[in-house]
Ligand binder design. Sequence first.
Ligand code: GLU
Length: 901
Amino acid sequence: MKGNVIFLLLFFGHLYALPDTIRIGGLFHPEDDKQEVAFRYAVERVNADRAVLPRAKLLAQVETISPQDSFHASKRVCHLLRSGVAAIFGPQSAPAAAHVQSICDTMELPHLETRWDYRTRRESCLVNLYPHPAALSRAYVDLVRAWGWKSFTIVYENSDGLVRLQELLKAHGPTELPVSVRQLPDSHDYRPLLKQIKNSAESHIVLDCATERIRDVLQQAQQIGMMSDYHSYLVTSLDLHSVDLEEFKYGGTNITALRLLDPERADVQRVVRDWVYEEARKGRKLQLGHSAKDNMTFIKTETALMYDAVHLFAKALHDLDTSQQIDVRPLSCEAEDTWPHGYSLINYMKIVEMKGLTGVIKFDHQGFRSDFTLDIIELTRDGLQKAGTWNSSEGVNYTRSYGENQKQIVEILQNKTLIVTTILSAPYCMRKEASEKLTGNAQFEGYAIDLIHEISKILGFNYTFKLAPDGRYGSFHRETKEWDGMIRELLEQRADLAIADLTITYDREQVVDFTMPFMNLGISVLYRKPIKQPPNLFSFLSPLSLDVWIYMATAYLGVSVLLFILARFSPYEWDTPRNCLDEPPVLENQFTLLNSLWFTIGSLMQQGSDIAPKAVSTRMVAGMWWFFTLIMISSYTANLAAFLTVERMDSPIESAEDLAKQTKIKYGALKGGSTAAFFRDSNFSTYQRMWSFMESARPTVFTSSNKEGEERVMRGKGSYAYLMESTTIEYVIERNCDLTQVGGMLDSKGYGIAMPPNSPYRTAISGAVLKLQEEGKLHILKTKWWKEKRGGGSCRDETSKSSSTANELGLANVGGVFVVLMGGMGVACVIAVCEFVWKSRKVAVDERKEEASLCSEMASELRSALKCPSGAGGGGVTGGTRDGADSPYLHYGFNTKSQLH
Ligand code: GLU
């Protein structure tokens, strides 16, 4: 279809001719001289370029009108119409434009506009080159979505701004965080408003105001500290390139805008260069910069659109010229006159597709500009740079790579001085001990101080330490809905980094940014060391439990009795007595009950006895008993060594669960710290119970610092345990030898460096932390501050000292054996006396002596016992048999005289 039209146009082209001069009218406001200049220059360009309009010349007829005076505007339009114009360009002000529009509509005269117009229906004679606000608004929505802004504040100047941003307001669903909308005051003092925004901790701002006011607003924002690294501005003006942003370039604030006109494009630069040259040649006064780059700021979107509008008109006129005879004649506002070619020309303008200064010029069926591309521009150290593009079909498309962005951030970081907030907490940050008064960063030392120093060496920034005023880590107060401690410092942008033993928690991560963790840890219990048990006198009994001792004694008795019985049954155990006649009257059996007991105890004690079984059955019993004793005695010996050398410790708690089970020992944690928060938020019943116990304890079990917790455990002498982070426990027990860690870790987490939300430095600092970790620097720092500096390693000496003496057993350890020995000796003496008395009595009875003679018998026996042994008559063991009254057992000698009566 289009091809046919072009063919017809070419075919009939030579038949028609335009008038030599075609007048076009321009309506401009006096203060907006650039529009007029652009209009005139565009006419000159069209006339100069024969390819655009070969057979006619355009003649610019300009009228100057006041923006608010629509009556005067209508009069000037009528004047233009009377002089016979083919189109009207402008004006820029809405009230005047509305009148001009209605006149043009009546006269069917093309009206070309280049101004922002929110109306969703356009008059048939109007061609507006300015993109429709709805399309622009969609671009802002896409940008905000691409950045993932969860909340933001819209600062607008007038109701037009709200229309411009209505898509953005609509896109923000009710479930999302609230969007604040604030209007700039009419006065030029925006500080009160900006302060309110600052106090609301908002860092994402959409600024919609006249291009001329942008600099003022940003300047005042800078004055109140709203132009930090953490603030982002989306400026809705398409002319940000015309604003002097020099003083904001180094602040690190993210200022982004969209533009229709790309001043970097070669054709745009050529046009602007020629234009400036031309104006200068004609001696026309234009407020231009010195360099070509400065001149780019001169050309605003609407100016470029005016240039494009004239070219569009010329192209459409040329196309129309090839299809019909066109004449331009004066029209009168008083008569109901119309221009017959008006509609045709407008239709041509709407179907034409051409490339202008503002990109592809194309209209959709509603007459709105379509398929245009907007550049996303960001303020960098080198001024505004194109970061990507937006178009209605593809949305946001960033052309700058992630690496380039990061490189730029690192560049910004260099030579910047970051405020680092911290708190005094050993060994992360401590006051340096020095004889003279130290100031600034020199006052502090510790792991965190060294870590920041290492990171700054990698990234090249400077830093200043600042202690958090309340000395707290950072917790959220539900009543006041405010954070405290270091987190508050970050949120109120009084610090750029927070470094300490600051745990990465979910709640904190919601409001600030954390780097990768530089240290891993978990919650554990700090408690006093278990008290050494005094050695037990009868510790030699410990290797076997009471049950085993009882079973052993039973086994001993059982086996002895069995041996006795079996020996009596077995004929092989009956023997002729030694040194006896060939035909002994009786046989003897060595396994009397006593001998059986003696035999088994002898083997149990690993000593043996003179008695040996002869029969298989008794040997079987003996063999099994020996095997039993072998195993039992070796097990006992093995265990005994361990029991005697290991110190017996008495600890009432072995883990956090043990704490939960009792109420005698109080336990607490750091107030407002992540440990307390862990118990408060835990769903695990044990920890919930522990939290209720901690909360209800009076006096409070919470401490204001870890040091206080440590002191409280010391003072408590076992009545207080402190829930603390394992890394800090490690540090404490390395120096305070009376304390120890009880049980394992209850959770696993890490310490990170925190920074304000949306900090651009997070990735760079995280990278530096990882680098230090991979290089082993973090490990070196940990060894330095944990094991070496400030008394590190003192408890290790003690451990080695105590372990070297552990093998020496004192009397206390083995005294019980002596007691048993002495007891045994005593019992033996008593038995000996009993035996003596018993035997003396027996002899006395046998010899039928009176009571008095018992004593004399005992005395005589005693005398003979104490007599030095002489020959075989001394007290020795003599085998012998008793007469038939006694059983034929072997008896040990008592006294040869009395025995062998
Ligand atoms: N590291 C903790 C925090 O960031 C403080 C110590 C603790 O709670 O045990 O809150």
